[in-house]
Design a protein around this ligand. Structure first.
Ligand code: NCD
Length: 327
């Protein structure tokens, strides 16, 4: 998977597929642009004409509520036309190849595909095959990457905590099956977080994370939480589990469930995040999910502004290229 696929010959961002290889300046630019869009999403008439005349196609091969609807709202608030293709009832489920589906939608003169797919690499594959004027955004591919989720999480952290260089962040739970965790580790390291911890049972931790630079691994939840400024909880992704990864949900909650008692080990002004959907009583207690430290619903709201920022950077073409990018 070539990261240079994301940039055009002039070094401008064309697709948004992974955070791998993206420079810090670009991540900061996305957050700054999102900041300017939050006022749009809060005003009475929630539209700006930046993408008027453009057509965005949401191509979701996997279920989603938050991600699909916030992408749809983001595109509409930029004045684009949006087409939601329901793959469960589309021709792909009748045996049409992915590329044939893409070719047919391309023939309708669209400008952007937002792709979610259960296979890692699906968005890259589509980006490698679309016509030159079309941009592809990755809305989650297998266990690989979920770059817009990571960026909305970084934006949420920045709004609460400011400078990343002071922050200790714990990512907790089913790291093995999580594309969100992979993208977040990349983003936090690029933005210079002081410490990135992953806290997980041994069975839910991939070797690639254990061995990677910039991450401290904990198998004990209480130790992993000590003094952290941000806790990112992950859902137990049962739909991706093929073997016996866990003893029982009850036992998982005992060891890795976030309760008020556990929260007390973190910094007093800690924020609690979760990409959703949350499993109450499995990875997080309701009193924490709905409590004063939780920013889980703010993540959803921020998702609109961040997706507006990424869509406008990609479709309008940023004026200047990113010099740090090797093509
Ligand atoms: C995440 C996803 O789909 O990867 N959710 C999301 O995008 N809001 C995480 C999850 O499903 O647990």
């Amino acid at each position: 998977m070539s990261d240079s696929l994301q940039f055009d010959r002039a070094g401008r961002l064309r697709h948004f597929l992974t955070l791998e290889g993206l420079p810090r300046d670009l991540l900061v630019r996305i957050m700054d642009t999102a900041e300017s869009f939050t006022s749009v999403t809060e005003q009475q008439v929630k539209k700006v004409p930046l993408l008027r005349g453009k057509t965005v196609v949401n191509l979701f091969f996997e279920n989603s509520t938050r991600t699909r609807t916030t992408f749809e709202l983001a595109a509409k608030r930029l004045s684009a036309d949006v087409l939601n293709v329901n793959i469960a009832t589309s021709a792909t489920s009748k045996g049409e190849s992915l590329l044939d589906t893409i070719r047919n939608i391309e023939a309708m003169h669209v400008d952007m595909f937002v792709v979610r797919h259960a296979e890692s690499g699906a968005a890259h594959f589509i980006a490698a095959h679309v016509q030159p004027h079309i941009s592809v955004l990755n809305a989650g591919d297998g266990r690989h990457s979920h770059p817009t989720q990571a960026m909305l999480d970084m934006f949420t952290i920045r709004r609460h905590k400011g400078d990343f260089s002071r922050l200790k962040v714990a990512i907790v739970g089913d790291v093995l099956h999580s594309r969100v965790a992979r993208s977040e580790i990349l983003a936090l390291n690029t933005l210079g977080a002081r410490e990135v911890r992953v806290v997980a049972p041994r069975t839910l931790l991939p070797a690639s994370v254990t061995g990677s630079l910039g991450v401290r691994v904990y198998h004990d939840f209480d130790q992993g939480l000590a003094g952290v400024d941000v806790i990112i909880m992950l859902r137990l992704q049962r739909e991706r589990m093929t073997g016996a990864f866990l003893p029982s949900e009850h036992e998982y909650f005992e060891r890795f469930g976030l309760t008020e008692a556990r929260l007390a080990k973190a910094a007093p002004d800690v924020i609690v995040m979760h990409p959703g959907p949350i499993n109450r009583g499995v990875e997080i207690d309701s009193r924490v999910a709905d409590g004063p430290h939780s920013v889980i619903l703010q993540q959803v709201s921020n998702g609109i502004a961040v997706r507006m920022a990424i869509m406008s950077l990609v479709l309008r073409g940023s004026d200047d290229a990113f010099p740090g990018v090797v093509l």
